[in-house]
Design a binder for this molecule. Structure first.
Ligand code: MTE
Ligand code: QUE
Ligand code: MOS
Length: 773
């Protein structure tokens, strides 16, 4: 049996900060409740979707006769049955709850059936006759450009005059890079259960990252006030961005059926349908030209990036922006121009996925580095180090005019380079490759610099609601959602530390729109940063009341009152926390508080493309080693070493779990996960048998993850840093290492024309291409 080596997990789990995930025991024992496990009301019915078998065209007629007559069917609805808004788009219009007049992609939901069982509903849904006058679909980024088909206007970021500077550069290097999308493949599929209450109130349970948006959309669909709707979610079985906007449709359809039929309704999508009807990571096509001096130093860059957005805007404006914000990764591009296009195609509307466009942008910066290295005959690591932002040299202005400060990459790269022995292994690999004709090894060290904050300013806020009960136990509620990342555990730790009581005294409860209103999605890795500060803010309010009461009781100054080790004290006066809470209650002290937080310092003027959109950056670097069989294109990831910046980690075990998971998920995106649409626009890779995510056998044999466990220079919650998305992009090192191995066939003179994902087929094609050279 193959032995896997992981060095840091053990020491991290022994760290006293590494409280175990609040649901760990429930999850491994099967007692954690997901939506489908909740007790069902007696009057519940089950829903299913009828979806289009055409890709694009005019919706002429929907014959639902056979559906209605199918066994067990209670009701069938189309867009005509919606009392309120039919558009449930998150930002810009374009997402009808069910197809309206047009079919926009293959698999678009057209009607919904309600029946006595899920099986009956799904069987009935197959009997709809959907008549469409077909139009020629637009399926690719190239076709969209040709047809001038965009979901949003183009946006540009620039500094200096890129075109003029490039003309005078010693070397002008061009490249193009196609990057595939990615299916979220959360373990728990999309699901919602709607329960109508008295009057026209309704409660909806949904596996969502954005309860507030669901509340708003359900109210608008039903044409009722927001205050009539409660959305609750306790946990999602994974989300990864796929339940940020795209959990809404199922919740709205369930709510529509529930309100119309005055019964509880559950809508759970079968996996293959889930994969067809929900958007994915955006595929991108990127082109760049970079001007460098004789040393390989970038002077100017001209980049054109295009995201395949599918049929509607969804979050694509912000996603393509984030790709543009990360084209530089950690490198100073000099005079540069980045153009971002949002292509409209007849595909499902693509959406948020871990990194939110950042990974697709960052790939360009890293592709540039490799190509500069091959062109100039330098080691790629030297080219990377040489082009890093540098505060001393004044080369620290990004393409969006933000100054990069407290830049940790030089230090992180150097530490990793030494610890993981880049240069010794480089020599070893060169020797190995000289000796082996067909099996080639590759090595690559790539960094990550990821901007933390929503680039849409108003989303950078959070709320909390904290109660202390008279036994001294606390209930904490906040606007964030738990999807496996450990947010609730970190929040529990934050409240425990703030009040100086054991974590076991704190219960973090399900996210509910009636407890904390007007929340942002749990996204942009900001869950702990935002909600942690809001919870701290509420705790401080209660602590102030308690301190004043203590001061009055013991005739000390309120400023002198300390919360320490489960007590409240000042000088010789000391009272056990729970006991003092009881006394405070008897003396009518208010033991509940709401908290709020908004991120300081951030702004971005989209008209000029300049500002400080990010509160800070999270950094990391990965060194990956691969072995490629150049006869088949198959490869193996042998070893990965990671050093990642989590600020002062609140929970090292959870952070390492996020880093490992994100890395493997990123590796899947860039290697085996290939979305295939056939020539009619129908998704061919619509189940886990035809869409291959990494399995345990694909994980690196040696996998070392270490934290740069150091205070954030910005005032974040306990000086920690966001961790959810940044390590996803560390996987670019695997893609670059594969290219490094292929490049060895040319004595490192040719940068292989490898796109993403680097499936064995495409690796073999790249091998053939460089050998023809
Ligand atoms: N980790 C798990 N286990 N499951 C998830 O769905 N989503 C990721 C990341 N880590 C995800 C995850 C994404 S896309 C984001 S934006 C962050 O978690 C959101 O949570 P946070 O802000 O609390 O880190
Ligand atoms: C990163 C993100 C998001 C983002 C911007 C980022 C995100 C998201 C939105 C967004 C934008 C406009 C809206 C809205 C949401 O922006 O997840 O409701 O009106 O949802 O840089 O992760
Ligand atoms: Mo994460 S893609 O911001 O939900």
């Amino acid at each position: 049996m193959r032995r896997l080596t992981r060095t840091t997990q053990l020491s991290a789990s022994q760290d006293k900060r590494s409280l175990e995930h609040e649901s760990a025991a429930m999850q491994v024992s099967g007692s954690a409740l997901y939506i489908d496990d909740l007790p069902e009301p007696a009057n519940i019915k089950y829903a299913a979707l009828g979806i289009s078998q055409h890709t694009a065209g005019k919706l002429e007629q929907v014959d639902l006769e056979d559906v209605r007559n199918s066994p067990g069917v209670v009701d069938v609805v189309t867009v005509a049955d919606v009392p309120g808004h039919i558009d449930i788009a998150p930002v810009f219009d374009g997402d009808p709850i069910l197809a309206h007049e047009h079919i926009l992609f293959h698999g678009q939901p057209v009607f919904a059936v309600l029946a006595n069982s899920t099986r009956e509903a799904r069987q009935a849904a197959l009997k709809g006759k959907i008549q469409v006058t077909e139009q020629a679909p637009c399926l690719t980024i190239a076709q969209a450009h040709e047809a001038n088909s965009f979901v949003r206007p183009m946006h540009t970021m620039q500094q200096g005059d890129a075109n003029a500077t490039i003309k005078n550069c010693e070397h002008r290097i061009q490249g193009s890079l196609d990057i595939g999308g990615q299916e979220h493949l959360y373990l728990e599929g999309q699901i919602a259960m709607a329960i109508p209450g008295e009057d026209d109130n309704i409660t909806v349970y949904s596996s969502t990252q954005h309860p507030t948006e669901l509340q708003k959309l359900i109210a608008e669909v039903l044409d009722i006030k927001f205050h009539k709707v409660v959305v609750e979610m306790r946990r999602a079985g994974g989300a990864f961005g796929g339940k940020e906007t795209q959990s809404a449709q199922w919740a709205c359809i369930a709510a529509l059926l529930a309100a119309k039929n005055k019964c509880a309704v559950k809508l759970r999508l079968p996996r293959s349908q889930d994969m067809i009807v929900t958007g994915k990571r955006h595929p991108f096509s990127n082109q760049y030209e970079v001007g460098v001096d004789s040393n390989g130093q970038i002077q100017a860059a001209n980049v054109k990036i295009s995201g395949n957005c599918g049929h509607s805007p969804d979050l694509s404006d912000a996603i393509v922006d984030r790709a543009m914000f990360h084209t530089d990764n950690g490198y100073y591009l000099g005079d540069c121009k980045i153009e971002g296009h949002r292509c409209r195609t007849n595909q499902v509307s693509h959406t948020a996925f871990r990194g939110f466009g950042g990974p697709q942008g960052m790939m360009i910066g890293e592709a540039m580095m490799d190509k500069i290295a091959r062109t100039l005959g330098k080691d790629p690591l030297l080219v990377r180090k040489q082009n890093l932002y540098s505060e001393e040299n004044g080369r620290n202005t990004t393409q969006y005019g933000m100054q990069v400060e407290n830049f940790l990459l030089p230090e992180i790269i150097e530490q990793l380079e030494n610890k993981a022995e880049y240069w010794r292994r480089r020599e070893e690999i060169t020797a190995f490759n000289a000796k082996n004709r067909f099996i080639k090894k590759g090595l690559s060290l790539t960094p990550v610099k990821f901007g933390i904050s929503f680039t849409v300013k108003h989303l950078n806020q959070a709320g909390a609601l904290v109660h202390i009960y008279t036994d001294g136990s606390m209930q904490v509620n906040h606007g964030g959602t738990e999807m496996g990342q450990g947010l609730h555990t970190k929040i529990q730790q934050i409240a425990a530390q703030e009040m100086s009581i054991p974590a076991a005294m704190i219960e973090v409860t399900a996210t509910r729109t009636d407890k904390v209103p007007n929340t942002s999605p749990t996204a942009a890795s900001s869950g702990t940063d935002l909600n942690g500060k809001a919870v701290q803010n509420a705790c401080i309010t209660i602590k102030q009341r308690l301190a004043e009461y203590f001061a009055q009781r013991f005739e000390v100054s309120a400023d002198s009152v300390e919360f320490k080790d489960g007590t409240i004290r000042s000088g010789e006066h000391q009272v056990d926390f729970a006991e003092f809470i009881q006394q405070a209650y008897m003396d009518r002290v208010h033991l509940s508080a709401a908290g709020h937080y908004k991120t300081p310092k951030i702004f971005y003027d989209r008209n000029t493309g300049n500002g400080r959109p990010f509160f800070y950056f999270a950094y990391g670097a990965a060194l990956s080693e691969v072995t490629v069989d150049t006869l088949t294109g198959e490869y193996k990831v042998n070893r990965v070493d990671i050093l990642h910046d989590t600020g002062k980690s609140i929970n090292p075990a959870l952070d390492i779990g996020q880093i490992e998971g994100a890395f493997i998920q990123g590796m899947g995106w860039l290697t085996s996960e290939e979305l295939v649409w056939d020539e009619t626009g129908k998704l061919a890779s619509n189940n886990p048998a035809t869409y291959k995510i990494p399995a345990i056998g694909d994980t690196p044999e040696i996998f070392n993850v270490e934290l740069l466990d150091r205070d954030n220079s910005e005032d974040t919650i306990f000086r920690s840093k966001a961790v959810g998305e940044p390590p996803f992009m560390l996987a670019i090192s695997v893609w670059c290492a594969i290219k490094d191995a292929i490049s060895s066939l040319t004595q490192y003179k040719v940068d292989p024309p490898l796109h993403a994902p680097a499936t064995p087929e495409s690796v073999l094609a790249a091998i053939d291409a460089v050998q023809e050279n």
